[in-house]
Ligand binder design. Structure first.
Ligand SMILES: C[S@@+](CC[C@H](N)C(=O)[O-])C[C@H]1O[C@@H](n2cnc3c(N)ncnc32)[C@H](O)[C@@H]1O
Ligand SMILES: [Zn+2]
Length: 272
């Protein structure tokens, strides 16, 4: 099991009777659902940071349809065939991908971290062997050079802390969206569609070296308005788009929808 670091004093946490405790006496109870909240009140910018309950439920409903399985397959192809050390899914959300990674990388040596307690609560239901934590990617409760692998899907890259926890030679696997992603949906929501594809290189520096970059594109046909609303609710368009435009997306039911993702694998190089 990965070793956790006390968010109050940086000492090692040990788990006894469902409580994580450090030698300074800081205690964090593991919820009955199987996750632990290591986000201290003074490190929270709002009462309920991260995705809210509706976003988490929408993501689960959409991902369970399996529409993004080709992306999951492409991500799994970037992983070793067998467990090769401790790993972290940072911004794990409700754990659909994390669960799939655990089949390959091992559950007992995996950590899922998200700042949303709603997301982690849902994720913990999927697999009790993983270590599920409510924490911020900006202050990971993990030790220096302790992780062989960090996965970051559709979540901000916290470069310094990822560099801190990755071992030398360890790998960062990131996914973001490409310029064609959900184009008909974006055209329905906005007058001016922003054209930009994800590039992790904008956020990383010479502590990382690119191993592989891949575009994954496929299409599917949403077959209900509910599916489209769930898709919308799990993306940042949920915050950005006008309510009137959001109410109208049912018109895209039965029409082809393109998915476009960019996957990059980076190695942590120790030169600084
Ligand atoms: C677009 S979702 C992606 C979830 C998951 N990786 C997936 O692809 O299904 C982004 C996630 O990042 C989380 N998040 C936002 N800020 C965060 C932070 N500072 N630290 C950790 N997670 C954060 C949100 O709560 C949300 O679950
Ligand atoms: Zn402590």
């Amino acid at each position: 099991m990965p070793t956790l670091k006390c968010p109050s004093c940086d000492h090692t946490l040990t788990l006894t009777d469902n409580t994580w405790q450090c030698e300074q006496g800081h205690r964090f109870d593991r919820a009955r659902r199987g996750y632990t909240n290591l986000l201290l009140a003074q490190h929270r910018r709002s009462r309920s940071p991260g995705d809210d309950k509706a976003m988490v439920q929408a993501r689960t409903a959409f991902l369970e349809l399996g529409r993004y399985q080709p992306l999951a397959d492409a991500l799994l192809a970037q992983l070793p065939a067998q467990p090769d050390g401790d790993w972290l899914d940072l911004g794990c959300g409700e754990g659909w991908y994390t669960e799939r990674f655990a089949h390959v990388l091992g559950a007992g040596n995996g950590v899922g971290v998200d700042i949303s307690k709603f997301a982690v609560d849902a994720a913990a239901k999927r697999n009790k062997q993983l270590t599920w934590l409510v924490a911020s990617g900006a202050r990971l409760p993990l030790f220096e050079q302790s992780m062989q692998r960090v996965l970051v899907l559709f979540t901000r890259l916290f470069t310094d802390d990822i560099a801190r926890v990755l071992k030398s030679g360890g790998e960062l696997l990131v996914a973001g969206t490409g310029e064609n992603h959900l184009m008909p949906l974006r055209e329905a929501l906005y007058e001016d569609v922003r054209q930009s594809g994800f590039d992790a290189g904008k956020f990383l520096d010479d502590r990382f070296s690119l191993i592989d970059s891949e575009e994954v594109q496929f299409e599917w046909t949403p077959d209900s308005e509910q599916e489209l609303q769930n898709l919308l609710t799990m993306t940042p368009h949920h915050w950005r788009a006008k309510p009137s435009a959001k109410a109208d997306i049912g018109k895209l039911t039965g029409q082809t929808m393109p998915a476009h993702f960019i996957i990059q694998r980076w190695e942590r190089v120790i030169n600084s």
